[in-house]
Design a protein around this ligand. Structure first.
Ligand SMILES: Cc1cc2nc3c(=O)[nH]c(=O)nc-3n(C[C@H](O)[C@H](O)[C@H](O)COP(=O)(O)OP(=O)(O)OC[C@H]3O[C@@H](n4cnc5c(N)ncnc54)[C@H](O)[C@@H]3O)c2cc1C
Length: 417
């Protein structure tokens, strides 16, 4: 059987290596090829900020070497897929590549707002390793004194910290009224804001960038308030969208947000074509509503499930679950599941406590943990996450058994017990 995987991110790589592993175990003869337009082995974008800040060397970004691909039996074809057909794909510079089963793991790309001047020299996004190489080389060459980051989501905040650690004056501009708006409710977000400000990151909330100005390269950013911020580099971190344009005419069903619709076995609307990773749209494990959760762990799990189903070992995907960790100078944040803000009109309980250097919020609905936000305390994250994804009724559990040691670290309110 000929299996072609398009995409060499964590979803595609996991799918390909799992197919090889399972085929070997089952003694099946399978030919696995990854096609990718980026000419590198798999790398992790999640640690780009550590490279930019100088905390790690570039080679640490790569997760597996070419030797490991060879050892696993994965062939690599470099080239952009221009067309997806039934039974074959068309790869630029290579030609037609036939398949028996196809995995689309084509990921996401930056959603760039139509801001005047966004194409100026000195304006960057941070999606791929070549983006980050360009940022690094610009920083080394131009030595900017001031930077503007547009978007205070996970990537924007990480980039703000990285540039600040290089001694650059950083302004973070966010449309919403708080930082990390998709991860945190107001209380936790305010703690992060204080940490950013304490480390001299200037944060503009409720602010929109109207124009990026400059001649041969960027020199200032204009906000809707009329404020003008001098800046020699701008990073646009305004979110990602599924990279699915090449599928528009294929008949493969896409969702409202542009993600590929898959069934619980990761199969698209076309038989023999599967999809996984940032490019798919699936149900949220908690709300059961369609969602796109572009996170590393989801992509990896989806890659594993895709591989299993392709090889004939039926495995169901139960839904996307978001859990994210981010370090903001000396504050370490983990957020997962639903936020209180999203639950208006629903019945839920909150267990929350703020101490000098720690903050906890655990959101419980029908006795089950549906979300949590932790600052300064990692030890409980694993157990909370497990209880949440397994939908354990913790009220029942707490009544019946002694609390696990780690859970006792959480200041549970009496009403829970
Ligand atoms: C800066 C940054 C920081 C992040 N930090 C975190 C974090 O802390 N925690 C977390 O959970 N997640 C984080 N993420 C998100 C996480 O990295 C992604 O969810 C994950 O990498 C998605 O993997 P993927 O394989 O689905 O897609 P991608 O990594 O986007 O890979 C897609 C692949 O498809 C290839 N491709 C696309 N189109 C074509 C084509 N037409 N022809 C050939 N090849 C093609 C690409 O070259 C690439 O190899 C971060 C992302 C970024 C950018």
């Amino acid at each position: 059987m000929k299996i072609v995987v398009v995409g060499n991110g964590i979803a595609g790589y996991t799918a390909a290596s799992e197919i090889c592993r399972l085929a070997k175990k089952l003694n099946e003869k399978i030919d696995v090829t990854i096609v990718t337009k980026e000419k590198t082995p798999i790398y992790s974008p999640c640690i780009f900020h550590l490279y930019l800040s100088g905390q790690i060397e570039r080679d640490r970004l790569f997760i597996h070497s070419y030797r490991e691909y060879r050892e696993k039996g994965i062939k690599l074809v470099f080239g952009e897929v221009k067309e997806v057909r039934d039974e074959s794909i068309l790869v630029e510079g290579y030609g037609e590549l036939p398949y028996d089963k196809l995995v689309l793991a084509i990921g996401s790309k930056p959603a760039i707002p139509p801001i005047k001047g966004v194409n100026l020299n000195g304006v960057f996004t941070c999606k791929t390793i070549s983006d980050i190489d360009e940022v690094k080389s610009y920083l080394d060459r131009v030595n900017p004194r001031r930077a503007v980051i547009i978007g205070a989501g996970l990537i924007g905040v990480e980039m703000a910290v990285a540039l600040r650690m290089r001694g650059i004056e950083v302004c973070l501009v966010e449309l919403m009224p708080r930082v990390l708006p998709l991860l945190l409710d107001e209380e936790a977000s305010n703690i992060v804001l204080s940490e950013l400000e304490k480390n001299k990151v200037k944060v503009h909330l409720n602010a929109r960038v109207l124009e990026i100005m400059g001649d041969d390269r960027v020199n200032k950013v204009v906000l809707d308030s009329g404020d003008e911020i001098e800046s020699q580099i701008v990073i646009v971190a305004t979110g990602m969208k599924p990279n699915t344009e090449i599928l528009r005419k294929t008949g493969i069903r896409l969702g409202d947000r542009g993600g590929i619709i898959v069934d619980r076995y990761m199969m698209t609307s076309k038989r023999d074509i599967y999809a996984c990773g940032d490019c798919i749209e699936y149900k949220d494990a908690i709300t059961n509503k369609p969602t796109i959760n572009m996170l590393w762990i989801n992509s990896r799990i989806q890659g594993e499930i895709t591989a299993s189903n392709i090889i004939g070992i039926e495995r169901e995907y139960l839904g996307e679950y978001n859990i994210t960790g981010v370090s903001i100078f000396n504050k370490h944040v983990i957020a997962a599941g639903r936020k209180e803000e999203e639950l208006r009109g629903r019945k839920y309980d909150v267990v929350e406590e703020k101490r000098e250097d720690r903050y906890y919020k655990i959101i419980i609905s029908d006795g089950k943990i549906i979300g949590f936000q932790l600052i300064g305390e990692f030890r409980v994250a694993g157990i909370l996450h497990t209880l949440a994804i397994k939908k354990v009724n913790i009220q029942e559990m707490i009544k019946k058994i002694e609390l696990p040691r780690q859970l006792r670290l959480i200041p549970y309110s009496m009403k829970l017990i």
